[in-house]
Design a protein around this ligand. Structure first.
Ligand SMILES: Cc1ncc(COP(=O)(O)O)c(C=O)c1O
Length: 445
């Protein structure tokens, strides 16, 4: 029998995402998982408070998805979905998703993940404005602390410096405005203005400064994930929608994390009753059982693609766009999300989680607790008087939580909690209990 140390040794041949050797000297080797729990090869049981990477929405150990995958693989694992061919699951999934997230988005391009979806969104925005004769509309406005992926353009749209500096200069034409962080807004706030109004004004000012004729799109996560679980004030997105309309700027919603139920709505901009022009999704559409993502477009954009002359066709798409097996799994996964009322559970369990995390603010390191549905975080500071962000303590607390059997993740200077949407109230309470115990220990040192 291979031992854990042998797996760790053989794993040295792997270049891991976000690699630094100091972080990967002795990785946990995960062997299996069930419900919300991971099990390691050396017998540890860990509550996965991150649902993998914010994506295992229906939890681990589901047997329906593997059955569907097996059947589809035996029938037709994959076929080209390029012009002139399609397959049954891709066409059924496209129909299911037509108008599903937002009534105005009826057409889907499938991808294999979030970065591909956002890359597609940018290229589609550029294509659209080219077709309309507005050839200078080539800039993308994003926000600080945004995470939009790891391909070249999506890295440039990402607003976290660590992802940029090791790779040299970023692409031109990507700029950032302050995120609507109610706990630490970095922009200017005029007298009488709310943070939401100030952050929306930052968009209008950026568009005017750059020139509306040069701005193709504004991209935003409804709730920023990797940047620290930033929940915008309620007045923000309606103002953003109005500004985008006023200046002919497309609104791209990056719902790679928030899509498919995580925030307690199937798609998060529904909290604020607005619709984007382009939607990116991935992660939760298959709960991570197989890779799949996608991008949806408004009818106006669809028309631009449909009406383009042959020589100027929309020459974009991936080998795995509309992957038959992945699409079959997605259809079953969505059926489960609906049938088992997991979006409702995200809302109700999310309320319990947020309330519980709120009690941790009694500790000197925990500045605030925030969240929407089952995407929550506590912000870690050196002390509450200065509110200096304390990444070192956040990392140490994450390690201590892992030792105590709870997986969380440091995002910015916060600890994130984004468990499977199947989580029970007792399991939510055990997250809070474990974190509380870890903080008691930390403060008794
Ligand atoms: C909001 C958001 N957009 C895009 C991505 C990139 O997705 P992927 O890693 O599937 O390329 C992520 C990944 O975490 C994300 O959180």
């Amino acid at each position: 029998m291979t031992t854990t140390s042998a797996y760790i040794e053989s794993d040295k041949a792997q270049l891991h995402p976000l690699q630094h050797p100091s972080r990967h000297a002795a990785p946990l080797v995960i062997e299996r998982a069930e419900g919300v729990y991971l099990y390691t090869t050396d017998g540890k049981k860990i509550l996965d408070g991150m649902a993998g990477l914010w994506n295992v929405n229906i939890g681990y150990g589901n047997t329906e998805l593997p059955e569907v995958a097996r059947e589809q693989m035996l029938k037709l694992p994959f076929t080209s979905n390029f012009a002139g061919m399609t397959n049954v699951p891709a066409s059924e999934l496209a129909e299911k998703l037509s108008g599903y997230a937002y009534p105005n988005l009826k057409t889907t391009l499938f991808t294999s993940g979030g970065s591909e979806s956002n890359e597609s969104a940018f290229k589609t925005a550029f294509f659209y404005w080219q077709r309309l004769g507005k050839k200078d509309k080539l800039k993308i406005i994003a926000r600080t602390s945004a995470y939009h992926g790891i391909a070249l353009a999506t890295t440039s749209a990402t607003g976290i410096g660590r992802y940029h500096t090791p790779f040299g200069p970023q692409l031109p034409n990507f700029l950032h405005i302050p995120a609507p962080n109610p706990h630490r807004y970095e922009g200017s706030i005029n007298e009488g203005e709310t943070v939401g109004q100030a952050a929306a004004r930052a968009l209008e000012e950026a568009i005017l400064r750059e020139g509306p004729d040069t701005v193709a799109a504004f991209i935003a996560e409804p709730v920023q994930g990797v940047g620290g679980v930033i929940v915008p004030p309620d007045d923000y997105f309606p103002l953003i929608r109005a500004i985008c309309d006023k200046y002919d700027v497309l609104l791209i919603a990056d719902e790679v994390i928030t899509g498919f139920g995580r925030t307690g709505e199937m798609f998060a901009l529904n909290h604020w009753k607005i619709q984007p022009d382009i939607l990116s999704f991935a992660k939760g559409i298959t709960s991570g059982y197989v890779p799949l993502g996608g991008m949806q477009i408004s009818d106006a954009i669809r028309e631009a693609i449909w009406n383009a002359p042959e020589a100027e066709s929309y020459m974009h798409g991936y080998t795995y766009s509309g992957h038959a097996t992945a699409c079959a799994v997605a259809l079953k996964n969505i059926e489960i999300l609906e049938r088992d009322h997991l979006v409702r559970n995200a809302r109700t369990s999310g309320e319990i989680l947020l309330e519980g995390l709120g009690t941790l603010t009694e500790f000197p390191q925990v500045d605030n607790a925030r969240g929407k549905g089952l995407i929550c975080a506590v912000e870690i500071v050196k002390d509450k008087a200065t509110r200096t962000p304390d990444m070192a303590t956040a990392n140490a607390l994450m390690g201590a939580a892992m030792n105590a059997g709870l997986r969380t993740r440091v995002v910015g200077n916060a600890l994130a909690f984004s468990p499977p949407l199947t989580i029970t109230a007792e399991e939510v309470e055990s997250i809070v209990q474990t974190m509380g115990d870890v903080l008691v220990q930390w403060n008794s040192k």
